[in-house]
Design a protein around this ligand. Structure first.
Ligand SMILES: O=C(O)C1=C[C@@H](OP(=O)(O)O)[C@@H](O)[C@H](O)C1
Ligand SMILES: C=C(OP(=O)(O)O)C(=O)O
Length: 465
C-alpha cells in the first residue's frame, strides 16, 4: 500500500439528503464473465457470452485470449445488451498478456498459456507483481509446463507453451487465494490426464468462487469431483474431456451491488437490483443476510432484490472468509453503525488490489474513525466522522466504500474514483443517478428502472454446485 497524490482527480462523494429510493441496474459479474471467456476459449465449438461485464478486468481477459488466437466478436443481443461470440482456435504463442491488476487474468491465464504452442509473456501493474502467483507457477511446473519467472514466484513471467500439458496429480497451497484452484480447474479438462488437485493449506478463502468454477465447468460439460459436494476433503478431480460451447447470460455482479444496497440500509431507503438471481454461487448473495443483520430487510422476487433500510445501522461480528470481496463496503457501513463491529477471517485481503486491511484502517481513521487491524480482520468502533481526502490505492472497492461513507459524511473527496473501472466503469454515473430521483412512495416510481431480468442464473446455486 503506497500513498498516491492527494490532488489526483478528487471526486466529491455526494451526501444523501434523505432516504434513497431507486432501482439500480448493476452490470454483469466480473467473476462469471472471466470464467465464461476462459471456458469458451477451451471449448470444442463456438459459444456466446451475453450481457458480459465490460470493464478493465474483462477487456484485459478478452484481449489476452485474442492475443493467443481466440476470436471474440462483440455484437448486441436482439433484446439489448452486449453479446460476445467466442470462436475458439488453436492457442498460440508468441503472445504478450497484460494482466493489469486482475487476479482472474494473472491466475487463470498461465494454465491456458501452457496449452498454447509457443511462449506467452505475462506482465502487469506494479501491484500485480506483488500479488501471489507461486501456487499456480509451481503447480504448472509439476504438471509438465516450462515457466520462467526470474525465480520470484510472481509476475513478470513467461509460460513456454508446448501445445499440450500432461496434467495429473498436484498439491497446491491456496490459502493466499482461491484463484489458484479455480485457475487450474478451468483449464484441467484440456490436460492430457486431467487433474487431481489437493489443497494443502490450513485455510481456503473465497470458497463460493471455487463453487462457481466447478458449477460453470459442469455446465460446459466437464466431469468434476469437488469436496463441496461429497468428494474427498480438499481434493478436486477433473476428467480430460472436450468442452461444449455454451450460450450463457451473465447475471449482475452482486458484489458490485454492495454500495447501492448499503445506501438503502444507511439512509432508511429502498433500493431494487433487477435481475438478482434466485440461486447463485456469487458471494455477493450473502449481502442479503449480512445487511439484514445490520438492520435492514429484503424481498427477493421476480423484480429482483429489493432492500429496505430503517436508517438504523447495527454493528456486526461477521466472518467474511468466504466473501472477502464484500469487506470494504461492509467496513464502511460498520463505521456508520450505532455499535462496534468485528470483521474476521480476511487476512488474505492484505494480498488484494492493495493491502485492504491497512488501507481501510488508515483512510477511515483519517476521517476521525476508530478502526484497528487485527491478525485476520478489522475492529471498527463508530465515531463521528469528518470530511477529508479518502485515498483509494488503485482499488475499486476502496472507492465504492468511500462513496458509501460520503452518503452520511459531508466533504469526503474520493481520490481516483476512475479506479472503479476495474469492475464497474459507470460507478460515478450510477451513484449520481441513484441519488437524483425524488423519494418515491414506493419503488414503482423509482428512478432509473431499466434492466430486463436475465433468463436464468449462470453462476449456479449458492449451496452445492
Ligand atoms: O475467482 C474469482 O473470481 C475471485 C476470487 C476471490 O479471490 P481471492 O480468493 O484471492 O480472495 C475474490 O476476492 C476475487 O474478487 C474474485
Ligand atoms: C480481489 C478482487 O479482485 P481480483 O480478481 O483482482 O483478485 C476484487 O475484485 O475484490
Amino acid at each position: 500500500m503506497t500513498d498516491s497524490t492527494p490532488q489526483n482527480a478528487l471526486w466529491p462523494a455526494p451526501t444523501a439528503t434523505g432516504a434513497v429510493h431507486a432501482t439500480v441496474t448493476v452490470p454483469g459479474s466480473k467473476s462469471v464473465t472471466n470464467r465464461a471467456l476462459v471456458l469458451a476459449a477451451h471449448s470444442a465449438e463456438p459459444g456466446w457470452v451475453r450481457r458480459p461485464l465490460r470493464s478493465r478486468d474483462t477487456t484485459l481477459m478478452a484481449d489476452a485470449l485474442r492475443a493467443m488466437g481466440v476470436q471474440i466478436d462483440e455484437t448486441v443481443n436482439p433484446d439489448g445488451g452486449e453479446a460476445w461470440r467466442i470462436i475458439p482456435a488453436g492457442l498460440h504463442g508468441p503472445a504478450t498478456v497484460d494482466v493489469g491488476n486482475a487476479g482472474t487474468v494473472m491466475r487463470f491465464l498461465p494454465p491456458v498459456a501452457a496449452l498454447a504452442d509457443g511462449p506467452v509473456r505475462f506482465e502487469g501493474d506494479a501491484r500485480a507483481r506483488e500479488r501471489p502467483l507461486g501456487g499456480v507457477i509451481d503447480a504448472l511446473r509439476s504438471l509438465g509446463a516450462r515457466v520462467e519467472d526470474e525465480g520470484r514466484g510472481s509476475l513478470p513471467l513467461t509460460v513456454h507453451g508446448a501445445g499440450s500439458l500432461a496434467g495429473g496429480a498436484v498439491d497446491v497451497d491456496a490459502s493466499k487465494s482461491s484463484q489458484f484452484i479455480s485457475a487450474l480447474l478451468l483449464s484441467a479438462p484440456r490436460f492430457n490426464k486431467g487433474l487431481e488437485l489437493r489443497h494443502t493449506g490450513r485455510l481456503l478463502p473465497s470458497v463460493p468462487h471455487i463453487r462457481m468454477t466447478v458449477h460453470m465447468l459442469r455446465r460446459a460439460g466437464a466431469k468434476v469431483d469437488s469436496p463441496q459436494d461429497g468428494g474427498t476433503r480438499n481434493v478436486w478431480r477433473v476428467a480430460p474431456s472436450a468442452l461444449l460451447g455454451r450460450d450463457l447470460t451473465v447475471d449482475p455482479d452482486l458484489s458490485n451491488a454492495a454500495p447501492f444496497l448499503a445506501a438503502a440500509l444507511i439512509t432508511g431507503g429502498r433500493v431494487t437490483i433487477p435481475g438478482w438471481p434466485q440461486r447463485t454461487t456469487q458471494p455477493g448473495d450473502a449481502l442479503r443476510a449480512i445487511f439484514s443483520r445490520m438492520g435492514g430487510s429484503y424481498e427477493l422476487g421476480d423484480r429482483g432484490l429489493t432492500f429496505t433500510g430503517t436508517g438504523q445501522v447495527r454493528g456486526i461480528r461477521a466472518d467474511l472468509h468466504d466473501v472477502g470481496e464484500l469487506a470494504p463496503v461492509i467496513a464502511a457501513v460498520a463505521a456508520l453503525a450505532d455499535g462496534e463491529s468485528e470483521l474476521l477471517g480476511i487476512a488474505h485481503l492484505r494480498l488484494h488490489e492493495t493491502d485492504r486491511l491497512a488501507a481501510l484502517t488508515k483512510e477511515i481513521n483519517g476521517l476521525g474513525g476508530d478502526v484497528t487491524e487485527t491478525d485476520d480482520g478489522l475492529l471498527i468502533r463508530p465515531q463521528r466522522l469528518r470530511g477529508g481526502i479518502f485515498h483509494t490505492y488503485e482499488d475499486h472497492r476502496l472507492a465504492t466504500a468511500a462513496a458509501v461513507l460520503g452518503l452520511a459524511v459531508p466533504g469526503i473527496l474520493v481520490e481516483d474514483v476512475a479506479t472503479t473501472a476495474k469492475t464497474l466503469p459507470d460507478f460515478p454515473e450510477l451513484w449520481t443517478a441513484m441519488l437524483a430521483g425524488p423519494p418515491a412512495p414506493d419503488d414503482r416510481d423509482a428512478p432509473e428502472a431499466s434492466a430486463p431480468r436475465t433468463p436464468a442464473g449462470d453462476a449456479g446455486p449458492a449451496g452445492r454446485s
